[in-house]
Design a protein around this ligand. Structure first.
Ligand code: GDP
Ligand code: MG
Length: 441
């Protein structure tokens, strides 16, 4: 609700608009920040271009500079790009036993992440989890998972020497079904670089297990390489999500942006250390702040906007309570309705207005009507908008002529403005208005 109705106050908070110069100057700094955070050049370039278009002409909030405002817009856009579909950290593990396939290069953090995730699923989601190591390449790799399993209290598939990965996957599947497990996790072997043998092996395991989730585990510090790895694995195996490890390091996490922009795959989790609880849900806003390295500015702009909106809303509410609802207010409402797809959508969100919405709908308020009503208000002088009671016959004729519409339509508009004013006043007395408006922030 707050997002949709917050826009109502756009007009009030607007002190001016960002000029092309403002935007370009600020974006130069942002570009440096992105590159420093290890965002790849083409991704940074495209991103900046997209933001430039969006930011030019955007409203500027009083009490912050245009440059600060641009940083905030960049920050919001970063979050937008970084966010995947669905809830962050969510996995498709509804049908038991749900297979999760862990893939990636050697040393990326697959085994560690398998155990971390198993711990999380066990403790947080109350799932019964079975882990199986398919790493027959590296000596002691299977024991590594077994040790971790004991440490976190999660079952591992017993090790059978000499078995190949496909056979292990089959055994894990059987064991998971028989043992009543909700989830079974397959920790595959990695290579130092992508090669045909690795891919063929992983593909064979995939075909046997038919995983619900295929998570690529990559070292977040490797930047551009991580993105290439993701592209390759996705092409050959098909991945459903990414886990970025070593996000506890010095890196500023630019790989996350490149990863999202290039592969389009959701980043589900981030690894923040070697310990078993150092796995967190990927949070786009935190990573955005880190990539930009300008979190203080973002907070400042947010605060300024909130304060201003709250003040303005308070002032507006006081006026409405006194029954002061003029043509400027009405125009703002009408424009908002246009944006939100008509009267009913808007009214139905405000308590007590559902009925009126239906009546107005019956009266045929549609898009073209909204446009005509706004045209009428545009033909009024500033004084008339603030004091609609000034509108006597001659002024009405002038306004109708100016907007190319009939006086009868203007009369309907005036009636609507009075009705809405009355309603606001009534709601104000009962406290419903305050409630409705406080929900906006
Ligand atoms: P695998 O070869 O892909 O299975 O990688 P491992 O799980 O064996 O991890 C390789 C090394 O990276 C180990 O020493 C882990 O402790 C370490 N590691 C894994 N994830 C993280 C992380 O998020 N942060 C840090 N600092 N180290 C990690
Ligand atoms: Mg491993």
């Amino acid at each position: 609700l707050s997002d949709r109705l917050g826009g109502v106050f756009d007009r009030l908070t607007k002190q001016g608009a960002l000029s092309e110069d403002d935007v370009r100057t600020a974006l130069r700094e942002v570009r440096v920040a992105l590159l420093e955070a290890d965002v790849s050049l083409p991704v940074a370039r495209n991103f900046i271009k997209a933001v430039e278009k969006k930011a030019t002409g955007a409203a500027v909030t009083k009490s912050v500079t245009p440059g600060q405002q641009v940083v905030k817009i960049v920050h919001d856009e970063l979050i937008e790009v970084l966010s995947g579909e669905g809830e962050p950290g969510e996995l498709r593990i509804d049908q038991a036993p749900a297979p999760i396939l862990m893939v990636g290069l050697q040393g990326g953090g697959k085994t560690t992440t398998t155990a971390k995730l198993a711990k999380r699923l066990t403790e947080r989601d109350k799932k019964k989890v079975l882990m199986a190591s398919l790493d027959v390449q590296r000596p002691a790799a299977m024991e590594q998972l077994e040790v971790l399993g004991k440490q976190i209290g999660v079952d591992t598939l017993p090790i059978v020497k000499g078995e190949d990965p496909v056979a292990i996957a089959k055994r894990a599947k059987t064991q998971a079904s028989l043992g009543g497990y909700d989830v079974y996790m397959l920790d595959t072997a990695g290579r130092l670089s992508i090669d045909e043998e690795l891919m063929a092996q992983v593909a064979a395991v995939r075909d046997v297990a038919n995983p619900r989730e295929t998570l690529l585990v990559v070292d977040g510090l490797t930047g551009q390489d991580a993105v290439h790895t993701a592209e390759n694995f996705d092409e050959r195996i098909g991945i459903s999500g990414v886990v970025l490890t070593r996000m506890d390091g010095d890196g500023r996490g630019g790989a996350a942006l490149s990863m999202r922009a290039i592969t389009g795959k959701p980043i589900k989790f981030v690894g923040l250390g070697e310990k078993m609880d150092a796995l967190e849900t990927f949070e786009p806003d935190r990573v955005a702040g880190r990539i930009l390295g300008m979190g203080d500015i973002v907070a400042l702009v947010e605060k300024a906007q909130q304060t201003l909106e709250a003040e303005q809303a308070e002032r507006m509410m006081k006026r409405f309570q006194k029954g002061q609802f003029n043509m400027n207010d009405l125009k703002m409402q009408l424009e908002q309705m246009q944006k939100m797809g008509g009267m009913e959508g808007m009214m139905s969100m405000m308590p007590g207005m559902g009925k009126m919405a239906k009546q107005m709908d019956g009266a045929g308020i549609d898009d073209s009507m909204l446009r005509r009503q706004i045209a009428l208000i545009n033909s009024m002088t500033k004084k008339e908008r603030a004091n609609p009671q000034l509108l006597q016959a001659s002024r009405k004729k002038r306004i109708a002529k100016g907007s190319g519409l009939e006086v009868s339509e203007l009369n309907k508009l005036l009636k609507m403005q009075r009705q809405m004013g009355d309603m606001m006043k009534k709601m104000g007395k009962g406290g419903a208005l305050k409630q409705a408006m406080s929900g906006m922030f």
